[in-house]
Design a protein around this ligand. Structure first.
Ligand code: NAG
Length: 344
């Protein structure tokens, strides 16, 4: 995995296509753990499916945002960030019926100034708007693991995408790509509007909302969720080059469509540092700007193990396994329809 990093981070330098404002900074991360845990959805117990996890080494089945903040280290290059970020793991369903884990290569997490606060009558963001940092203690999810259909009118569903990285292009799909890819980039864009009060909610998403005007990744926040925060956007990379039978890729919850892709976030930042980053990492190359307070001196992302070891379950990292961990059946069918849109 380590040897794949130069190409990984070269790919991350692909130009963004900002829709409104370009202020951003990026956190580049190596893998931390692949295990059946989800401290937001399934606290204290094994989760329903396998996740690929990056970030702070305090990741475990039972944890709060304080646990995350107090982590000793992180697999990300910004050491002031002990957040945990995760998505389901990708598997390959072999012709003999077994499943093999697709190699997870690491991730980039973007923090983007894309949404603006609610104001009566406002339908487009003013120039030079500035959203605030994600608040201390924030936990949230985006996406729905049970989805097997797609509704293009739903911002929550548009926010889940798959980019197929090939030699000469990188088409983008809401479904798993209907073509062979050298690498797959699984993207989840979190809602950018906060209710201003709750740091979590029973369904882990209703304290957050997508913009009321605009799109899933830009626009004016609704009155119910008036506070715009820096958008959190994940890109998780997989080495899909061995799998020319692309129609047999399946997400860990038994999803061959891709529509059930989802992401989870626990804010483990040093909050002062996060506030500072929002104020200092400006411009389209904010991630590399000399003024960006979270940039200097941290060095590269390194793969580490979590302090609390993963349960000993075999999730397929040492060869094929007879069933998806959690015995999840494959439900729904591979989406053959070809529709490609470039969005970010
Ligand atoms: C699709 O999503 C939109 C927006 O959320 C919703 O109003 C509509 O009812 C949905 N359509 C279906 C068929 O679920």
């Amino acid at each position: 995995m380590v040897s794949s990093i130069p190409t990984l981070f070269a790919a991350l330098a692909l130009p963004l296509v900002p829709l409104v404002q370009a202020q951003l900074f990026t956190v580049n991360c190596q893998p931390l753990s692949i295990q059946r845990a989800d401290p937001i959805i399934s606290p204290g117990v094994v989760s329903a499916h396998t996740h690929a996890v990056i970030g702070g080494t305090a990741f475990q089945q039972t944890m709060s945002t304080t646990t995350a903040v107090n982590a000793q280290d992180t697999t990300c290059d910004k050491k002031l960030d002990k957040s945990n970020y995760w998505q389901p793991l990708l598997y390959h369903h072999r012709s003999d019926g077994q499943f093999e884990a697709v190699t997870f290569q690491g991730s980039a997490v973007y923090y983007l100034n894309r949404a603006c606060n609610y104001a009566p009558g406002l339908t487009t963001c003013p120039t030079n708007f500035a959203s605030r940092s994600p608040p201390a203690g924030l936990r949230m999810v985006v996406g729905n693991p049970t989805l097997r259909t797609y509704n293009d009118s739903s911002f929550a569903q548009r926010a889940v995408q798959h980019v197929c990285l090939r030699a000469n292009d990188s088409p983008n799909f809401n479904s798993l790509p209907p073509m062979a890819c050298l690498r797959l980039r699984a993207e989840t864009y979190f809602p950018s509007c906060w209710d201003g009060v709750n740091l979590d909610s029973a369904d882990h998403s209703s304290h957050m909302a997508f913009p009321a005007y605009g799109d899933y990744n830009t626009g004016v926040c609704p009155q119910s969720h008036p506070v715009a925060i820096y958008s959190v956007f994940y890109e998780f990379y997989y080495d899909t080059s061995p799998y020319t039978d692309y129609q047999n890729l399946v997400w860990a919850m038994g999803d061959p469509t891709g529509y059930g892709l989802h992401g989870d976030f626990i804010n483990g930042w040093n909050q002062n540092a996060l506030d500072q980053a929002v104020n200092t990492c400006q411009g389209p190359d904010g991630a590399y700007a000399a003024t960006c307070s979270v940039n200097p001196g941290d060095g590269a992302a390194v793969a580490l193990n979590p302090v609390v070891p993963a349960p000993s379950e075999n999730v397929g990292l040492n060869g094929p396994i007879p069933a998806l961990p959690g015995n999840n059946p494959v439900t729904g069918s591979f989406v053959k329809r070809r529709s490609s849109k470039f969005r970010m």
